[in-house]
Write a protein that binds this ligand. Structure first.
Ligand SMILES: Nc1ncnc2c1ncn2[C@@H]1O[C@H](COP(=O)(O)OP(=O)(O)OP(=O)(O)O)[C@@H](O)[C@H]1O
Length: 254
């Protein structure tokens, strides 16, 4: 669980996060949604420790970051997995070497043990048998699965995903969403996902933070977001082509 309390962040005196309160729950897919520039990435980067907020508290499983010792901060970084927007695989490394990378960085285990762990996670993301392939030899969806395998290889407590299904066709995007959700439940991870994709909201929106101009404008889950009459939220939801069509169909009584 990650609790964010009264979080403020400014750049050159201009506030981009204006007192965010939100609990990212354990064993749930927690989505951050909102228009471009609403502060989603800044919030994520504050939780990753890449930005220092001016005010507010971020607690990891109940403990405020400000009370972490230097060693505990290092340990925390090992407990974080990250799925980047483009996948961010190393082109010159095989699938196996990509997934092994964090193990080599953070553990002192023998090569044989690392290889075994890599095999396990590749099997979990249905990529066994692809160990020796290069990223250029596999599809975009498979590359995303490699980047998920790499993110979970160290058994993280927290998984951060920045638009994990961008650039994928809708069917493959849903496969990736479902995989992230399954892994979240299986390994009891606190998963935080930035997304622009309303399909993802519909599929895996277990706990949603909707940001508008640096403020938490709404929170709820996927069943609530399509029922709310909060105009800020409905404007955003129905700006998606798909849901505009659903709404028009509903209005026509179809
Ligand atoms: N390093 C930075 N220095 C100055 N301003 C920044 C910095 N990072 C973000 N901002 C500003 O903070 C605001 C929020 O940006 P942020 O990247 O969090 O938006 P976002 O909701 O993630 O947008 P998008 O969906 O387009 O990625 C924007 O006005 C942006 O210009």
């Amino acid at each position: 669980m990650i609790e964010v309390e009264n979080l403020h962040k400014a750049f050159d005196g201009e506030e981009v996060l204006k007192g965010i309160d939100f609990t990212f729950e354990k064993s749930k897919t927690n989505l951050i949604i909102g228009q471009s520039g609403s502060g989603k990435s800044v919030l994520l980067k504050c939780m990753l420790g890449l930005f220092t907020p001016e005010k507010g508290v971020i607690k990891y499983d109940g403990k405020p970051y400000s009370r972490f010792t230097e060693d505990e901060r290092k340990d925390l970084s090992k407990e974080i997995g990250m799925v980047f927007q483009g996948g961010a695989l190393f082109d010159s490394m095989t699938v196996e070497e990509n997934v092994m990378f964090p193990l080599k960085m953070f553990t002192k285990k023998q090569h044989k043990e690392n290889k075994k762990r890599v095999k396990e996670v590749l099997k979990r993301v249905n990529l066994d048998g692809n160990e020796k392939k290069m990223p250029s030899e596999i599809s975009g969806g498979m590359q995303k699965r490699v980047s998920i395998a790499r993110a979970i290889v160290n058994r993280p407590k927290y998984l951060f995903c920045d638009e994990p299904n961008s650039g994928l066709d809708p069917k493959t995007a849903t496969v990736i969403d479902n995989l992230i959700q399954e892994i979240t439940h299986e390994y009891d991870i606190t998963t935080i996902i930035i997304t622009h994709d309303m399909n993802s909201v519909l599929e895996i929106g277990e706990n949603i933070a909707f940001l508008k101009d640096g403020v938490l404008a709404w929170k709820g889950d996927k069943s609530q977001i399509f029922k709310t009459d909060d105009e800020t939220v409905t404007d955003f939801v129905y700006s998606s082509n798909l849901f505009q069509k659903v709404r028009e169909a509903q209005q026509k009584g179809l």
